[in-house]
Design a binder for this molecule. Structure first.
Ligand code: GLU
Length: 310
């Protein structure tokens, strides 16, 4: 029985860089090697950051490497009701509270010498237990509230299929931003459950958020998927890869004289799926050899020719 239905969930805010393509390839291989469905979901709730052309160019670049999808892409921007229902469910069971703090205030509280819990980089709890009068004063000040989850202080543990055990909690997690947009940490949980995702494969910068996702799924009574976080691709000096840094998208590589096959071969080599003398024509050629246990556990630092200013 296939049991690895998966997804790739980019934001249509730019062309996919080789790090995104590599994560997509790994996610696709996990699902397809198990003959499971694989879906594309656009994380497009941040209306100021998205640009319409990337709804076309992202799947085009993935398909050029042989990464295919089942059905039509899912757009988060068309599913707001689903997320707001989840917020209602959590609010009904008194799991949420309004938070009127600005980012600056949270940061400043964290820097205060007696910042307490905030010195750990977490929310200092300013709005957690406001009296009715305090809340009214904040409302009267005109600042719209975000909605945070009232945590239990209990740690949630997850066994990641590549990274092993990771623990954390969901205390004070923002689930609706103060502009009314449901937050990533909520929508990812709702979407994965709604789509029937059984295995979440994504880059390991999200590993630390995963216990909160699992805790949230349990609170909502939703099924919890399995997780596998793959190491990030980094640019010079271990920095997160960005388009500004160099020739890092498929189109950049093609402009530099490479074919999609060469880019795919580079990605497959970097995932330890083929050795450096081998090439591969399309993603499906990798299915026979795919063994998650052989994936590298270290971050991939790109070779210098990827990092020249484009
Ligand atoms: N949109 C996220 C990213 O591109 C992925 C989130 C996820 O896979 O849960 O890094």
């Amino acid at each position: 029985m296939p049991h690895s239905a998966g997804r790739f969930a980019p934001s249509p805010t730019g062309d996919l860089h080789v790090g995104n393509l590599r994560t997509a390839l790994a996610a696709w291989l996990f699902s397809r090697a198990d003959q499971s469905p694989f879906w594309l979901r656009f994380e497009d709730l941040d209306r100021n950051a998205i640009r319409s052309e990337f709804y076309e160019s992202q799947p085009r670049d993935l398909r050029a490497l042989g990464i295919d999808f089942d059905g039509e892409p899912v757009l988060q921007s068309e599913r707001l009701d689903l997320y707001l229902d989840a917020v209602k469910t959590l609010t009904k069971s008194a799991e949420t509270y309004e938070c009127f703090c600005s980012r600056k205030e949270v940061r400043e509280a964290a820097q205060a010498p007696n910042g307490g819990i905030a010195t750990l980089g977490r929310y200092p709890g300013t709005c957690r237990d406001l009296t009715a009068a305090q809340r009214q004063t904040k409302i009267d000040s005109g600042r719209p509230p975000a909605i945070r989850l009232r945590g239990s202080g209990k740690s949630v543990s997850v066994i990641d299929e590549l990274c092993g055990e990771v623990s954390g909690n969901y205390d004070d997690l923002v689930i609706v931003r103060n502009d009314g947009t449901p937050a990533y940490n909520l929508v990812v949980v709702v979407d994965d459950a709604d789509q029937g995702v059984e295995l979440v494969v994504r880059a390991d910068d999200l590993l630390d958020s995963t216990p909160a996702h699992v805790g949230l799924a349990r609170l909502l009574g939703l099924p919890v998927p399995r997780y596998a976080h793959v190491p990030l691709v980094v640019g010079a000096d271990q920095f997160r890869l960005s388009k500004q840094e160099g020739a890092v998208t498929l189109v950049d590589r093609i402009d530099a004289g490479e074919t999609p096959t060469e880019v795919l071969s580079f990605l497959a080599q970097s995932l330890g799926l083929i050795d450096s003398s081998q090439t591969v024509d399309t993603a499906a050629d990798l299915l026979g050899e795919f063994d998650p246990q052989n994936l590298p556990t270290d971050q991939l630092q790109l070779p210098s020719d990827y990092l020249q200013p484009s």
